[in-house]
Write a protein of this length. Sequence first.
Lengths: 190, 122
Amino acid sequence: MKELSLNILDVSQNSISAGATALDITVTSSGDGILTITVADNGCGMSPEFLARCTDPFTTTRSTRKVGLGLPLLRLAAEQAGGNLDINSQLGKGTVVTARFREDHIDCPPLGDLAGTISILIQGAPDTLEIVYTHRTPAGMFRLDTRELRKILGRDIPLSSPEVSAWIRDYLAEGEQITMMSTPKTDEKD
Amino acid sequence: MKSLEELRAIREKMQKQLNLREKNEDSIRVVVGMATCGIAAGAKPVLEAFLDEVEKRNLSNVVVSQTGCIGVCQLEPIAEVYVPGEEKTTYVRLTADKVPRIVTEHLVNHRIVTEFTIGAAK
């Protein structure tokens, strides 16, 4: 994975596979040099035995092959950048994956295309899944909640329809600009 | 700036078209593999390219969706095309550059781009 946004996409796909109906993605750059990425879901969760092995590349829930590389790759990326990976999970309740990175570390990967990643997640998500995305930096904060979008669109217009999908992509791209402004500001877009 | 007002306008427009699109069982489905193997190999720009092309050409009979690992990780990025009444076509080792051709030739003109299919892959 060349960008952390791709790790976010990958871990979030696990949440979708786990049958989550709520997915909370938070990216926080706190200003003290630590970048924290949290992906929290209310999916099927993991047993303590599976949780203990889930960052082993030879552990997977899949039966078609014997490797699962998503979490091991994220752990590797975090540890190479002077950070770590925490996973909390409870069977039947959900999973919280937290990855921390030292932003000034030479091996800290770029965040990449967060707007594209989140819009793809929303486009591909089942209608039963609600996604909350929050990006906080010292410059500002941007938040998108699919429940708010569905409230406007109603249940008959899916978030995956091309027109809506294009709007979400542009909205996210503009929102991301808020988190990159040089002047500190706390606006929340709309 | 994009606003929620604009989203409301999209809803109004789409509700008018909804009856025309409803229950279109003749839809062509494009399914892109988005597991770790696909994402690491570049499936995201491929999926974005399909979404862009379908939107640009206003192909209301095409649905682009995502799935997990298709099972041939070494050939990712992979997209499967399902045309009603026809056998599934599997395109492999895709790049965003290849997508407009698949959309034009296969999704619009119903000619499979054989050279990008799994059958042509070594």
